[in-house]
Design a binder for this molecule. Structure first.
Ligand SMILES: [Zn+2]
Length: 144
């Protein structure tokens, strides 16, 4: 997951991402399929656009994959741009923000922020306890 933020983002880029779900999905899709699309179900590489923004659809088995599938943002119950904001601050933030602070800034319930922050921290801890090679595969799992 930290692979998401390996690329240094400018303040403007971040501002755009934090304000737009669509931009977040575009960002994830670009990252995910930077080496091209591979269907998670059948391995086919031919695709067409899916029904939802920035999703892909396999031309062979018709399986549709969203930009968040296989990332920490999958099945997130609140807007992906807000999740992005929390994830970025937990991974890269200079100061540690409390879940109350996240809740206030993003107009979310504190429990919601706490749950998501915990999820991110677990993912980060998991990566920390692995060696470099495994880390690489975890990055792949979380971002591809
Ligand atoms: Zn397929």
């Amino acid at each position: 997951m930290s692979a998401i933020f390996n690329k240094e983002l400018s303040t403007e880029e971040l501002e755009t991402l934090f304000q737009s779900d669509e931009k977040c999905l575009e960002f994830l899709a670009e990252l995910k399929w930077s080496k091209g699309f591979i269907c998670r179900k059948c391995g086919n590489t031919n695709h067409c656009p899916g029904k939802t923004p920035h999703s892909m659809r396999c031309t062979k088995c018709k399986k549709e994959e969203s930009a968040t599938t296989g990332t920490i943002f999958h099945n997130c119950k609140f807007p992906v741009s807000k999740a992005f904001y929390i994830a970025y601050n937990v991974c890269k933030g200079r100061e540690e923000l409390s879940t109350y602070e996240f809740a206030r800034r993003l107009s979310l319930r504190q429990m919601t922020c706490w749950n998501f922050k915990t999820k991110i921290q677990h993912a980060l801890q998991e990566m920390d306890s692995l060696n470099e090679v495994e880390k690489d595969s975890i990055n792949k799992i979380l971002t591809s």
